[in-house]
Each structure stands twice: as C-alpha cells, then as structure tokens.
Design a protein around this ligand. Structure first.
Ligand code: OAD
Ligand code: ZN
Length: 270
C-alpha cells in the first residue's frame, strides 16, 4: 500500500475509535533531538547498557570510567536542554483535546508528552524530571533547567575526578536523605504497569509510535491490546517487533506522518 493510502486508512480507523490509546517509544522524540537507543548511532550503540543502563552498573561505571560517564551525562543533559515537543507530540495533544485520544502510555522519560499538553500520560519507565528519595521514596518533580544543571554539575565533578563530591550535589528530600532520578533502569520494576495494562485491555484502537518493541514488560502493551481485539496502527520508519499484529503500518517519522493522519481525521469529521 502507498503511504497516502496507509495514512487514510489509519485516519479512518482512528476517526471511528471509541477509545484510542497511544503507546510511544524514543522514536517519537527523535525529531526533538533526543537520540533513540537502538538505531545506528543511538545511545546503546555508543554506550554499553549493562554499564549505564543498570543502577549498580552505573555506580561502578562512574567509579571505573568517569570520563565516559561524564560524556554520557553531558549528552543527555544537552539534548534534554534543547528538546521541545515536536509536531508528533503536538498531534497527540490535539487528539486528546478533540476527545479522541484517551491515554498515552510511554516508555520515554523526557516529559515531552506532558509539555505538549497531554494530561493522561502513563510513564512506565519513569520521568527524568522527577526524583525520588532513597530513604522514604517521596517524589518531587523539578524544572527542566534544574535537572539539566544538576546533570552538568555532576559531569563537571566527574571531570575533576571528585567522586566523593557527588553525593552532596544530589537533591535532598525533606527528610534529609539524597534523591535519585525516578527513572527505571534495567533490572528495576517498571512503574504503573497495572494502569498501562488496564488501558491496553480497554482500548479499541492502539496507535504505536517510535518503538522497537523489544523491552519487556512494556512491550506487552500492544499484545494485550491485540488480544482484546483492538485495531493496531504502527508509525515507524523501520521495522518493529509488532509486525505480526499490526493492521496498518505507516512507514514514516512520527513528526511528519502523525500530523498528516490528524489532518485526514479532521477532514473526515468535518
Ligand atoms: P529503540 O531505540 O529500541 O527504538 C526506537 C524506534 O524508533 C525504532 O524502531 C526506530 O525505527 C524508531 N524511530 C526512529 N526515528 C523515528 C521517528 N522519527 N519517528 C518514529 N519512529 C522512529 O527505543 P525504544 O523502543 O523506546 O528503557 O526502547 C525501549 C526502551 O529501551 C527504552 O524505554 C529504554 C531502552 O533501554 C529503559 O531504559 C528501561
Ligand atoms: Zn525522604
């Protein structure tokens, strides 16, 4: 099928949806300047996920290879500093405002769905703008500028080899203990999985955007939706792991293709 036809079919399905849910991954933020994980040149292509993607791994990595840890932190801080919602995020916010999109389930920690204006977002891998207390588990959301400057301060401290100086830099909870970013590292429990599975099992259309679909348990979301007889639409310039359960596959970038789907939905509803 041609791209044009796929966009039209997706718009037709979405315009008839009773409960649309979106499931997003790092590809949806690629056009905001944030690197994906597994694409060529992506984060896991350049940094070892066993080193920087696990809590314990990250600590020993910081001790053993502070200069690479510094490079990783600076890249994340710089890309988050510059990132703003792209037309793909904004189209999802419009779909919610139009009363069509019920919930976004995201694997992203970049906060961009909230910044775009979505109000129902389930973040199964947490949010980098939020920190949680190591002692009492209280959570607190920070401004992007505060998190970016914290990342740069830690990077500067690593650059000077001042490992013992790291702890005082971390934000403090009201209970006095240090706080860590409230994101899910490999080996840690995902967040709000029951809410995500509930949404997946209730939707009649699932729109997948920008995920390779290889990280579990998040990747069960489309399988649960499909088992509940939802129609499944995938927007991705490459292959995802969901090809066997997809009804419509739009081979394109979400920042370009989703606004086209939205325009087509608007023309069908007018
Ligand atoms: P991946 O890097 O595995 O996959 C990114 C997907 O986005 C690929 O399928 C690309 O083809 C697609 N893509 C690239 N550019 C795109 C664009 N402009 N528009 C739409 N799609 C695009 O990233 P995720 O699937 O998000 O978890 O990875 C899942 C999890 O693995 C992450 O949440 C993270 C990572 O390790 C944790 O850290 C726990
Ligand atoms: Zn505390």
């Amino acid at each position: 099928m041609s791209l044009e036809k796929d966009i039209d079919t997706a718009a037709e399905i979405i315009s008839r949806a009773k409960r649309l849910v979106a499931f997003t991954g790092s590809g949806v933020s690629a056009e905001s300047g944030i690197a994906t994980f597994r694409d060529p040149g992506g984060l896991w292509d350049r940094f070892n996920p066993d080193e920087v993607g696990t809590g314990g791994g990250l600590l020993s990595f910081v001790m053993q290879k502070p200069s690479v840890a510094r490079e990783f932190l600076l890249e994340v801080a710089d890309s988050f500093d510059k990132a703003a919602p792209n037309p793909g995020h904004l189209a999802l916010a419009d779909l919610e405002k139009m009363g069509i999109l019920h919930t976004v389930i995201t694997q992203n920690v970049d906060d961009l769905h909230w910044q775009a204006g979505n109000t129902r977002v389930i973040e199964v891998h947490g949010n980098l703008m939020r920190f949680r207390c190591l002692a009492c588990y209280s959570k607190k959301k920070f401004k992007k500028e505060e998190v970016v400057s914290l990342g740069r301060n830690i990077a500067a401290s690593l650059g000077k080899g001042e490992l013992q100086g790291l702890l005082p830099i971390l934000p403090k909870c009201t209970c006095g203990s240090p706080m860590r970013p409230d994101v899910v590292m490999f080996g840690e429990a995902v967040q709000d999985l029951h809410l995500a599975m509930d949404e997946a099992s209730k939707c009649d259309v699932l729109l997948i955007l920008g995920t390779s679909g290889v990280v579990y348990p998040a990747a069960t979301v489309p399988l649960v939706a499909r088992r509940a007889n939802a129609r499944v639409i995938d927007i991705n310039p490459g292959e995802s792991a969901f090809s066997s359960i997809i009804d419509v596959q739009i081979r394109g970038n979400s920042g370009k293709s989703l606004p086209r789907v939205l325009e087509s939905i608007k023309s069908k509803l007018s």
